[in-house]
Design a protein around this ligand. Structure first.
Ligand SMILES: Nc1ncnc2c1ncn2[C@@H]1O[C@H](COP(=O)(O)OP(=O)(O)OP(=O)(O)O)[C@@H](O)[C@H]1O
Length: 312
């Protein structure tokens, strides 16, 4: 549904996006991650047809977005970082107005507005003016306006930014619900969001794609992935675990816990447990680490930063 090919965007001498390519198919919730200034918003704006690329192309359902943005935008619902809202309009009045801008009138317009209100749970505030809405309801109103024309592609720039944890959850659930029949591409700094709702994550750093995988596969790149933390009483625990063939190293923590790190690609939990049983250690707790996306994010993006410094 979306195909981006070698996208480049220069602002004067600054290269904000530097050769980004990806393809996304229906049913995907793609998290676009990266440090501040990495080029996320710039890329999303190019996909949305609001910013022409300096080089490269974006195709949306086969339509070249830069050559025919109006046709492409029929399939796109775009929620920018800050959506302009008409503060003195009511929520339903605002949605009716935008439905008309999109070319719908009469009963068609009304039913589209009702559907958007329903999908975004806006009933309690439908007759309230926008200037009186809480941040969460403002965000849901922004989301509702992206749905009026029932687009196949939703581009959401930091959709949960500034929301409290309950509101975040509501918006995430709405996004998940909308994703099954669409492509959702969202930018975020929030790694837990990627784990909670994304089926795929692209990490961008200094305008380049530095990782593109499922959140689970990215987590598996964490140095802590499959590490085993053991709370146990017994003789020579660290030494014995260090001798297991799959174990790379063993750390004894100050609180008495022992952490065994596996060699790349190894799973050591069964061996650790077997050794504990053989030696009759008194095990009170054992945990296998799932890996952490923030470790991987830091690792990948700081490697890129240090490469840049080396080049400079
Ligand atoms: N209109 C513009 N004119 C000049 N430079 C710009 C413009 N828009 C973005 N930039 C620059 O391009 C780079 C990428 O910005 P962009 O907003 O795409 O990053 P981002 O990853 O979305 O960052 P953030 O997470 O902070 O929102 C930054 O260095 C930014 O200063």
């Amino acid at each position: 549904m979306i195909k981006a090919v070698d996208l480049v965007k220069d602002f004067g001498k600054r290269r904000a996006v530097d050769g980004v390519s990806f393809e996304v198919e229906k049913g995907t919730v793609l998290g676009f991650l990266g440090p501040n200034g990495a080029g996320k918003t710039t890329t999303i704006r190019m996909v949305a047809g609001f910013l022409p690329p300096t080089e490269g192309n974006v195709f949306v359902k086969g339509i070249n977005v830069a050559s025919d943005p109006v046709a492409a935008q029929k399939s796109i619902g775009y929620m920018p970082e800050t959506t302009p809202l008409y503060e003195d309009m009511t929520v339903s009045g605002f949605l009716r107005f935008l439905a008309e801008v999109r070319g719908f009138s009469g009963t068609e317009r009304n039913s589209r507005v009702e559907r958007a209100i329903e999908r975004c749970f806006l009933h309690p505030v439908r007759n309230q003016t926008i200037d009186t809405l809480s941040k969460g309801y403002r965000q849901r109103t922004c989301l509702a306006q992206t749905l009026l024309h029932d687009p196949d592609i939703l581009l959401l720039d930091e959709p949960t930014e500034g929301l409290d944890p309950n509101q975040k959850q509501v918006v995430r659930d709405m996004i998940k619900e909308m994703a099954s029949e669409r492509v959702v591409m969202l930018s975020t700094h929030v790694l837990e969001e990627v784990e909670a709702i994304c089926t795929r994550a692209i990490i961008i750093s200094a305008g380049k794609v530095v990782a593109d995988d499922t959140p689970a596969a990215l987590k598996a790149r964490s140095p802590k992935y499959n590490a085993v933390t053991l709370t146990a009483e017994g003789e020579g625990i660290a030494d014995k675990l260090g001798k297991l063939p799959g174990v790379k190293e063993v750390h004894a923590l100050e609180d008495g816990k022992i952490v065994a790190f596996p060699k790349a690609g190894k799973s050591i939990a069964a061996d650790v447990l077997g050794t504990a049983q053989q030696n009759q250690w008194k095990v009170s707790d054992i945990k296998v680490d799932e890996g952490r996306l923030d470790d991987v994010f830091r690792q990948i993006t700081s490697t890129e930063d240090s490469k840049k410094k080396e080049v400079a």
